[in-house]
Design a protein around this ligand. Structure first.
Ligand SMILES: [Fe+2]
Ligand SMILES: [Fe+2]
Length: 192
């Protein structure tokens, strides 16, 4: 996949929180990462959820994610269901919201640096994840950071190609916006 400047939407400004809060958030994210190093295989129940929620091409996108991202997505799905959610678009978006990290685009090693840079060196992260200029493509060495930061847009494009509804695609594209169309997905994603 080439990484070209046609991918839209600017980098979100980082929240202006106090250092202790940012440190706590970064520590929690790193803990989440290590907790997910040995994810359980999918169960029959998990496969039933996928069949009931995603079209075949959407299930192929799901399968392109790492096992821990698959497990995370199912956890988000189940958390939404536990809150009484029966919104088909939102539940499909839950299963594919991080699919932009799949296909080997965002390997595990890149995630702790992104979390720590976001908390403590946002300008450096902004530089690492910036788009290419003048029609050139993002240099190969910067792509893991670019993909990590822009995975919502990449996942939305994959979901659109897989035939998900326009609304489900929008929910994936905006799942990092706390007050956007996917606010409920964002809240659950942040909490699990
Ligand atoms: Fe995400
Ligand atoms: Fe997520």
């Amino acid at each position: 996949m080439t990484v070209c400047p046609s991918m839209s939407s600017p980098i979100s400004p980082l929240p202006n929180t106090h250092m202790p809060a940012r440190l706590a958030a970064a520590r929690y994210r790193v803990y989440q990462l290590w907790r997910s190093l040995l994810p359980r295989p999918l169960t029959n129940d998990d496969h039933d959820i996928l069949i009931a929620t995603l079209p075949p091409a959407g299930r192929a996108v799901f399968a392109s994610m790492s096992r821990n991202d698959q497990r995370h997505s199912l956890t988000v799905y189940r958390a939404l269901r536990a809150r009484g959610c029966d919104d088909a678009d939102l539940l499909a978006a839950a299963l594919l919201h991080d699919s932009g990290k799949g296909g080997g685009r965002v390997r595990l090693w890149v995630r702790p640096p992104v979390v720590l840079l976001r908390a403590f060196a946002p300008r450096l992260l902004d530089w690492l994840t910036r788009r290419a200029v003048n029609g050139t493509c993002v240099p190969r060495w910067r792509r893991p950071f670019y993909y990590a930061w822009h995975h919502a847009e990449i996942g939305a494009d994959l979901a659109a190609e897989a035939g998900l509804s326009e609304r489900a695609v929008l929910l994936i594209r905006t799942h990092h916006q706390p007050h956007g169309p996917a606010a409920e997905l964002h809240a659950v994603d942040d909490a699990v």
